[in-house]
Design a protein around this ligand. Sequence first.
Ligand code: FAD
Length: 326
Amino acid sequence: MGKCVCMIAEFRGGNFRRVSFEVASEGKRIADALGIGLRGVAVGSGVAGKAAELGQYGVERVLVRDDPALEHYLAEIYVPVVAEMIKKCDPAVVILPASVDGRDLGARLGARLDITLVQDVTQVVCEGGKVKARWPIFGGKCFAWSEWADGTLPIMSCRPNVMDCLPPDTSKRAEVELADIPIPESRSRVKAVDMDSSGKVELSEADIIVSGGRGMKEASNFALVEELAKAMGAAVGASRAAVDAGWRPHSDQVGQTGKVVTPALYVAVGISGAIQHLAGMGYSRYIVAINKDPEAPIFSRADYGIVEDLFKFVPAFTEEVKRLKS
Ligand code: FAD
């Protein structure tokens, strides 16, 4: 068995994404159960000064590769660098975020290092020194448990917003080691020129999401969803019908072919609750559905159902939220 659990941190704009702390916390739980240490891998631009923060969540030592070329995730650069860093850690388990970038990175690392990846893990248990991971299959209709054959290295990506963060111990700092790993020259035809800098809460990390569907009727009516989201401190999502109609960007789409989200509260406005939509939000902690059709399938998953015309209900609800918050 390797010497440690190795967690891979993720950054956006030089700052940790929250899911990094969830992954570190889960890594710490696994490391304690296996009686080994927890190490981190941090790759990005302007991240060396931040890396020690992972110590608050139990990471003892972080291997850092900090270079302007690593500002945005680009597979052909990240994969060889991260693979080398993992080898240096000599891990027994590798764990990373199941974010958009993390899923891509994990799959490529699995192929490059010839190790088996389990994606989108929602629970990890350690029994008799072995790791087992639970992950959703068939669009979230059921779960599978996977374990790794003896002699293989478990690598898993963890679904954001599912693993509990440990309470941060601000007195602790991780030891930082700068890794001198060469960065391959990019031959890619793809170049990241800009990231969404609107300051929007990333959907897969949001605690509250308000999503609109075809029931919104037209793009301009999404102002109602946006205003409710603003009042609640929520991110805005959408069904595929709303995205296909051109009312929202694809980055807002929740569901089987969009983002999988697990917020504490999901408010579905004018969304019927098709199986492909439920696959993306069905494991939210609380679901509130606003729909004028009492037979809409979304109500079978909703904790609170409001059978009402959204154009009457949402403005009144928004005003009430604002009043309660003022
Ligand atoms: P509809 O099903 O048309 O529902 C609109 C709802 O609004 C209705 O229930 C209606 O009662 C209600 N409504 C209308 N007017 C009002 C009003 N005034 N007040 C209150 N309620 C009102 N879908 C996704 O969302 N995400 C995916 O990732 C996704 N992936 C897919 C992948 C595949 C391979 C396929 C085949 C489909 C996928 N879909 C996905 C599409 C999915 O099957 C549905 O078509 C889609 O989710 C429907 O979106 P909707 O609920 O907004 O629209």
